[in-house]
Structure formats: C-alpha cells, structure tokens
Write a new protein. Structure first.
Length: 263
C-alpha cells in the first residue's frame, strides 16, 4: 500500500506546485475571483500570446474524458477540454453560463474542438450543496444541461434552492421522473459524486467560483469571452502543432533508418 500512497502524494505535490505557479503568473491568489462570503469581485486574467505560457501538464490530466459523463458536453476526444468548477448560487458562474458559455458551445463544442466538463463545487452552504446534488440527479436522466440552464437563468438564484424550488427546476429542465429525481438527489451516490468534484477543486487550490482549466491553463472568474476564446484557440493550435511534430519526427525516423540501411 505504501507505493500507492507515495504515488498519490507525488501527484498531489505536482498539482499543488502547478497551481501555486499559476496563481502567481495570473496575478491571483488561489483563484480569488468570487469570494464565498457573498461578495462578488472579478479578477483579471490575461492569456499570453505564447500558447505554452501558464499551461501545466499535471492540471491538464484532470480532464476525465469519460464518454458517459452526463455532466459534460462535447466529444470525449476533443483536442481542448474546459473544466469548470462552479456553484449554482454563484452570481459570476451564472454570468458565465448566460453570457459566455452558449457562444463557446456554438463556436467550439459543435465543431468538435472543445469539450466542457462540469465539476460541482458548492461553497455557499446548504442550498449550494442541495443544488449540486439536484443537478447531478437531473444528469442521471440526461437533463443536466437543461437543469444547468434553468438554475442559472436570470433571477433564478434569488428564488433559492429549497426542495420545492429544485423540483420546479427539474420540471423546467424536462426531467420526466420527478420521484426518481428526488431519490437520486438524496442518495449516497449523489453525495459521493459532489464530494469527488469538490475535493478535486480543493486539491487543485480553488477557493472560489467560477474557476476554470483549459487544457491545463488556469483561468479565474467569469472573464470576458475573449479570454476564453484566446485560451481555447491557443490550446487547439498547440495540440495541432504537437501532432504535426509527432508525424514529422516519425517520418524523419523512417527516412533516417532507410538512409542508414542504404549505407
């Protein structure tokens, strides 16, 4: 068991080091985009023109790429993965969901460039946790993104996320079996799923929402659409270049081997 613990510890240290460096480079401290004390304060993130700047391989590995993940959209093999750690009671998360995400889906998810993976990161108390479990439950019936849209609709969070309200949101989202939805939301499986996402966020160093990773590049807060566009396009170009280099190296190796044999 010791080797396993050592591997886990090494992974945690590598991720921790990457996050610490990213926080300095982005000019933020542990993702200070939205404080859990109820005050929203946007941090400014800049995307370097260097496609490799602020990109950390250990953070890129957090992309699950599970084709059966009901809290994700886009091809599992998409070249770019955007991971979002968010809370349904977070105002800036709602701003991103309404103002920025739809355009990213239309421009990049629909053409196979981008995959978006949601992580429940409830940090605003009991209702945040209940909403996270409810969203997961909606996902069990294939209606997570519809629930996501309903919960982040303008003015939705002001109505709260009590039991009756969550059932109403499930109805708006088109969840067919409300009784099953209620059972799933209160299940141990829901608790474990939310806890897994939450622990991943804390391990990565996130203390506020929304926090994002784009192929290992941290972005703090609901930044302008251009910030995400630049990060996605830089990541896509990097993947394209790496594939081209790999193909080129392979061809060169074959040529070298043939030339060597000819001698």
């Amino acid at each position: 068991m010791a080797p396993s613990r050592n591997r886990n510890r090494s992974k945690s240290l590598a991720i921790g080091a990457a996050v610490a460096a990213a926080a300095v480079l982005l000019g933020v401290v542990s993702y200070t985009a939205t404080k859990p004390d109820g005050r929203d304060s946007a941090a400014t993130a800049e995307v370097s023109s260097d496609p490799q700047a602020d990109v950390y391989a250990e953070l890129a590995k957090l992309a699950r790429r599970d084709a059966g993940d009901t809290l994700a959209q886009g091809r599992a093999d998409a070249p770019v993965v955007l991971i979002e750690y968010a809370d349904f009671k977070c105002g800036y998360c709602g701003k991103f969901a309404r103002d920025t995400e739809p355009a990213l889906v239309k421009k990049y998810v629909d053409n196979g460039t981008l995959r978006i993976e949601w992580r429940n990161f409830p940090i605003f108390g009991k209702e945040s946790d209940a909403a996270a479990r409810a969203a997961w439950a909606a996902g069990q019936q294939g209606r997570f993104w519809q629930f996501h849209a309903a919960a982040y609709a303008d003015g939705a969070k002001e109505k709260g996320f009590g039991d009756a309200r969550l059932k109403a949101l499930a109805g708006e989202a088109g969840v067919e079996d409300i009784a099953r939805f209620t059972r799933d939301a209160g299940s141990e499986a829901a608790v474990k799923a939310v806890k897994k996402d939450q622990e991943e966020a804390y391990q990565l160093g996130a203390t506020s929402t929304p926090s994002f990773l784009v192929n290992g590049r941290p972005i703090a807060g609901a930044q302008p659409a251009e910030t995400f566009t630049e990060a996605i396009e830089a990541a896509a170009e990097t993947v394209k270049t790496q594939k081209a280099q790999k193909t080129g190296k392979t061809g060169k190796t074959r040529t070298g081997t043939t030339d060597e044999a000819a001698k």
